[in-house]
Design a protein around this ligand. Structure first.
Ligand SMILES: [Ca+2]
Length: 232
């Protein structure tokens, strides 16, 4: 087992979620997913913390597949596979579709959906952390996303929909954790991100996303080699 203890830095906002009871692995009445916003100046190309670090070996990268996508803010610079590869590219020029600094250019009513492989892990996955990391230009900084999860045999349910937030020209991240336990959802076989930007507020109708991380382990099973788990 590879265990990495991660200290989450709480800088600005902690948002309590609308709880969907039954998703919480520990079953406690007060357990709820929380969204913690962190904003950090760029430190290089790619960006590598110290506050915001993309996860490698997470579920999207190792057992996930893009099940569906709907829309893009700019399809010529959209490269979904770079969205979970463990690298936070910072170029404000934003790459062409095949470039490493391409990203997710999503706006209102766009979405991306990932299936987690349950061929071997038939009970799905226990999720401890979801990270949504943005880094782009000055005007498209706002993270605005509704995060949904699907339990094995079930349908998609909203996990948390944190407030629109982000600072221009910075790297911005929402980290979703359980405010009172190690897991935010259990028995999950799908994760979906619904982008809900509007033309108002801190965003211009779409946002440049650089990394989506879903960290967890197989439900009720043994860890495959290389699995990353963060203990909050
Ligand atoms: Ca990743």
């Amino acid at each position: 087992m590879t265990t990495t203890k991660r200290i989450t830095n709480i800088l600005t906002v902690a948002v309590a979620a609308m709880a969907i009871m039954g998703l919480w692995a520990d079953g406690t009445a007060n357990a709820a997913p929380a969204a913690t916003l962190t904003s950090e100046g760029k430190n290089g190309e790619p960006h590598n913390g110290p506050l915001i670090v993309a996860a490698s070996g997470d579920l999207l990268e190792t057992v996930g597949s893009v099940a569906a996508e709907g829309g893009s803010g700019d399809s010529t610079r959209q490269n979904t596979s770079t969205l979970f590869d463990g690298s936070i590219n910072t170029g404000i020029a934003n790459g062409a579709q095949t470039a490493a600094n391409a990203g997710g250019y999503w706006g209102n009513n766009h979405f991306v959906e990932f299936d987690l492989d349950t061929t071997t892990n038939t009970l799905g996955y226990d999720i401890s952390l979801i990270q949504i990391i943005q880094c782009g230009d000055k005007f498209r900084a706002g993270i605005n996303v509704d995060i949904l999860v699907r339990q094995v045999g079930g349908s998609y349910t909203s996990l948390i929909n944190p407030a629109d937030a982000g600072t221009g020209s910075n790297v911005n991240m929402y980290a979703i954790t359980n405010d009172s336990g190690p897991l935010i959802a259990s028995g999950i076989d799908g994760v979906r991100f619904n982008f809900t930007n509007t033309a108002a507020g801190t965003i211009s109708g779409w946002t440049v996303y650089r990394e989506l991380d879903v960290v967890g382990i197989p439900t009720g099973g043994t860890l495959p080699r290389g699995t990353v788990i963060f203990i909050q």
